[in-house]
Design a protein. Structure first.
Length: 218
């Protein structure tokens, strides 16, 4: 049963009823909702307790956002970093709430985010280094301005990160994503960007690869 917590969400319970289950938290992209990534749920390992979260800002005429994206003629597209940091902290609080409310294994938490949800999944995991074991970042990038100060000195040796991107992404340029493994390697997280010949989306091969990566780490 879905409980009333600080962020609206839907769940798929784990088939593991003997111990606290590993959990996967899903964070959708700009203008979408909690049903989007939840379509993956039935294809993922049954031992996972899956929680798909709705972003806190409703949009018109539909959809939700984690933070505002501004457009202007001089600067092009840019993020409202203050709102992003607020959402980062809301996500961290929600994960802690849900872990307790659903009796989840706090040592086996995975964050899966797409686009804006990817940006915030990475920001949350790097700002709260004991919160997650794994991050699956799809079609996003790292914005250092969204990270908590002092992240450079943190021990991230227990954090695993999978990142992927479409080579013809028309929303977030592949060049932005290519900076992510460079950034992560500098702070002690070894990973490589997986590239696929698609636009702003998740190809079948991408899903197959992230699923296998996840199975090896939960």
């Amino acid at each position: 049963m879905t409980k009333t917590l600080s962020l609206h969400h839907i769940t798929k319970p784990s088939k593991n009823t003997t111990t606290k289950p590993a959990a996967l938290f899903m964070f959708h992209g700009y203008g979408s909702d909690e049903n989007d990534l939840f379509s993956f749920a039935n294809e993922l390992p049954e031992e996972l307790f899956i929680i798909s979260v709705r972003a806190p800002q409703p949009m018109q005429p539909y959809g939700n956002a984690w933070y505002t994206i501004h457009w202007d003629n001089n600067n092009g597209k840019f993020n409202n970093t203050e709102e992003a940091i607020e959402s980062r902290d809301k996500i961290a609080k929600f994960i802690q709430e849900a872990t307790e409310a659903y009796s989840l294994d706090s040592e086996n938490i995975t964050l899966l985010g797409f686009s804006q949800g990817c940006i915030l999944s990475l920001a949350t995991a790097l700002s709260y280094p004991n919160l997650a074991k794994n991050v699956i970042g799809l079609s996003g990038y790292i914005d250092p301005d969204m990270l908590i100060s002092g992240y450079e000195t943190v021990d991230f040796s227990k954090l695993n990160i999978f990142i992927s991107h479409g080579t013809v992404d028309q929303v977030i340029p592949i060049e932005w994503a290519q900076k992510t493994p460079v950034f992560l390697n500098k702070i002690g997280i070894t990973t490589q960007l997986k590239e696929y010949p698609v636009g702003h989306g998740v190809s079948p091969q991408n899903f197959y690869d992230l699923k296998n990566w996840l199975i090896e780490r939960i």
